[in-house]
Design a protein around this ligand. Sequence first.
Ligand code: AMP
Ligand code: TRP
Length: 337
Amino acid sequence: MPEFTPRVFSGIQPSGGLTLGNYLGAMKRFVELQNAGTHETVYCIVDLHAITVWQDPAELAKATRELCAGYIASGIDPEQSVLFHQSKVAEHVQLAWIFNCVARMGWMQRMTQFKDKAGKNAENASLGLFAYPALMAADILVYHATHVPVGEDQKQHLELTRDIAVKFNHDFEVEFFPVTESVIEGAATRVMSLRDGSKKMSKSDQSDMSRINMTDSADAIAKKIRKARTDPEPLPSDLAGLDGRPEARNLVNIFAALADSAPEAVIKDYAGQQFSAFKPALADLAVSRLSPISAEMARLMEDPAEIDRILDRGAERARAIAAPILKRTYEIAGMVG
Ligand code: AMP
Ligand code: TRP
């Protein structure tokens, strides 16, 4: 394999608001990778992914700008990282078509996220929802990205991305696409619903009490944590004591991720304590971390024209990386230039 420039790519959908799961599982990690300075970092607002399920156009535009504000408020520097929205860089879709022709039906049919999202009525799901993982592979590989930070739920899609890269390289007898590494690290790779410890915290959950939104007020955050489902036992003295207690484990993981600590250390500090003591401490911590971000998001949203300028500039920089990679891909596949 040739040497690839160390490059991080990741994306978040502008569908609904950002949750604490997005922040801890993705955004916060994106900022850490940017600040580590070891990789080029490319971060995308994946609006073309969002429309695989119905989005009201005005809401989509608003959510796109809000997500851009969320990235910046969380610490993404649009000068240092490339920050842009997917629909502005046509190369993603152009490469996705090639990958639609590389990926096999059998591979796609195994994707659990499609099965979850399509639910019982798969006949009525959009073709885009089914093809989505091939577009995701194109998002990543059109930058020759070497590392992709995501939450646990995206693991299978990243394995598919690797399969697509390997099959393309094999079929065309080239060593062109890197076999991307997923980066699924930290205490909060899977933040669970506050109402049900067996379900992921999600933007699309019916119950707003199940999640913390980045734009929630301090009072709302405190209330949701106070009402979060738990069991009647006090906190255990070691991690093993959290086995079979998914709600307790979730709150400990959230605490650790917000405090830049580890679950082991949190358990040590709170061993033997009741949730009536732990929850207020967690609420204070969450408010102290999230409130400055939501205040900065609101401030940035007052100037949507500036957000649009940032996104335009990001798209130009993204295109400068993607266009030559797409051009070479088309040549390899036999498209006359
Ligand atoms: P999405 O909102 O589905 O576009 O997800 C954007 C990023 O946030 C992906 O990297 C997801 O894996 C991550 N993510 C979403 N929900 C959670 C969660 N509950 N816990 C951890 N990471 C999450
Ligand atoms: N599928 C991801 C999600 O739902 C979002 C996404 C799209 C993505 N393209 C990507 C993540 C490329 C990482 C890399 O969360």
